[in-house]
Design a binder for this molecule. Structure first.
Ligand SMILES: NCC(=O)CCC(=O)O
Length: 425
């Protein structure tokens, strides 16, 4: 019997669904989830020794590919010097400096251990700073598993079609107002109704959790304008987009500056790391400088810090963005060509090195249109590719990622295998 299946069965007795995060169970696409043995560069191997070209890239952090030598040796060096101090270390100062230099709107930053912690803390800070309680989020956006942000969320919640999550009291969910993405009119109407009761808007500047959905022209600018008008804060959840679209994230890419930015994924170079940051005036409200409390035993962990520092330095020194965009473009146009030839309805949304294949005519501009994708075709496509050694997100409402380790030859091989896979669809 397949070792992946044997181990998954064991795991299911020990961990809910046999996983530490729901999407890893491959529930929406059927078939056995793979159990990983190792990974290097653009490749990942399961416990059977089967090799895959990896476009999941750990859900986004691995822009340098798996086990990049520069990052790995920094972690090894640091490990000899201690794994955690629970006190400030010099690497925090260095990474904070890099973040402040690179992200246009960030003057001060607080490190945490995950993207979820970053968004949870950012919301608290926005409420503490404004003294208001309502939060606006967008349908199909996902900001981690924070109570008040898990309302009509994308990512795994959308994938498993969970309408709402038990365990979140109505009183808390009621403080979150959910609006359609790319719909400024709805935002305006909501502010007219709630006026000065809205603490903040939180938004993925490029949605990545209903599949990739770019902001329409004027959407982010409009959010900036409205929040300024009503004295609410604008929070960009850049956990996926930071250092992915450009060195300065989506805020640099689109030229719109939020008040608070949530970071993660690439920031930690594959180690657990999140952060939130923004203008000094706002960040100085965070304890111990100010009254808004937030803490963490492992926050600023030296292993995560050095992994983040080396990742950012590598990106600064090599500026891989144009090459990544072109390589991704070659992959997406190749996929589109193959699907068109086969007469399979599809739309591919790409922003730089992240993209999603939707099985619908499109355009896909919000969660309503993303949901038109034929999930049955998606599942078949996923399984056919997995069988042929191509791994991407086992969920429609996520992104594919390329890394600097992916080569032209990888893309050629991927297209060849996709061509073969769709023959059977
Ligand atoms: N884009 C969503 C994620 O990266 C989360 C992955 C997970 O739920 O494990």
């Amino acid at each position: 019997m397949n070792l992946n299946r044997v181990l998954h069965e064991q795991a299911r007795n020990l961990m809910p669904g046999g996983v530490s995060s729901p999407v890893r169970a491959f529930k929406a696409v059927g078939g056995d989830p793979i159990i990983v043995q190792k990974a290097l560069g653009s490749r990942i191997w399961d416990v059977e020794g089967k090799e895959y070209i990896d476009y999941l890239c750990s859900w986004g952090p691995l822009i340098l590919g798996h086990a990049h030598p520069r990052v790995v040796s920094a972690i090894k060096r640091q490990a000899e010097l201690g794994l955690s101090y629970g006190l400030t270390n010099v690497h925090e100062i260095e990474l904070a400096k890099l973040v402040v230099e690179l992200m246009p709107s960030v003057e001060m930053v607080r490190f945490v251990s995950s993207g979820t912690e970053a968004t949870m803390s950012a919301i608290r800070l926005a409420r503490g700073y404004t003294g208001r309680k309502y939060v606006i989020k967008f349908d199909g956006c996902y900001h981690g598993h924070v109570d008040s942000l898990l309302v009509k969320a994308g990512s795994g919640v959308a994938t498993l079609a969970i309408p709402g999550t038990p365990g979140i009291p109505e009183e808390i969910a009621n403080l979150t107002i959910v609006l359609p993405y790319n719909n400024l009119e709805a935002v305006k109407e909501t502010f007219e109704k709630y006026q000065d009761q809205i603490a903040c808007i939180i938004v993925e500047p490029v949605a990545g959790n209903m599949g990739v959905v770019p902001p329409e022209k004027g959407f982010l600018e409009g959010l900036r304008e409205i929040t300024l008008k009503y004295g609410a804060l604008l929070i960009f959840d850049e956990v996926i987009t930071n250092f992915r679209l450009s060195l300065g994230g989506a805020q640099e890419y689109y030229g719109v500056q939020p008040d608070i930015t949530c970071m993660g994924k690439i920031l930690g170079g594959g180690m657990p790391l999140g952060a939130y940051g923004g203008k000094k005036e706002i960040m100085e409200k965070v304890a111990p400088e100010g009254p808004v409390y937030q803490a963490g035993t492992l926050s600023g962990n030296p292993l995560s810090m050095v992994a983040g520092i080396e990742t950012l330095k590598e990106l600064i020194e090599t500026k891989p963005y144009e090459r990544l965009r072109k390589l991704t473009q070659r992959l997406t146009s190749g996929i589109s060509e193959i699907l068109s030839r086969k007469g399979i309805a599809h739309t591919i949304n790409q922003v730089e090195s992240m993209f999603t294949v939707f099985f619908t005519e499109g355009p896909v501009k919000d969660y309503e249109s993303a949901k038109r994708s034929d999930l049955d075709t998606f599942a078949k496509f996923f399984r056919a590719l997995l069988e042929r050694g191509i791994l991407f997100s086992p969920a429609q409402f996520e992104a594919w990622f390329l890394s600097v380790a992916h080569t032209d030859a990888d893309v050629d091989l991927t297209l060849e295998r996709i061509e073969d896979a769709v023959r059977g669809l």
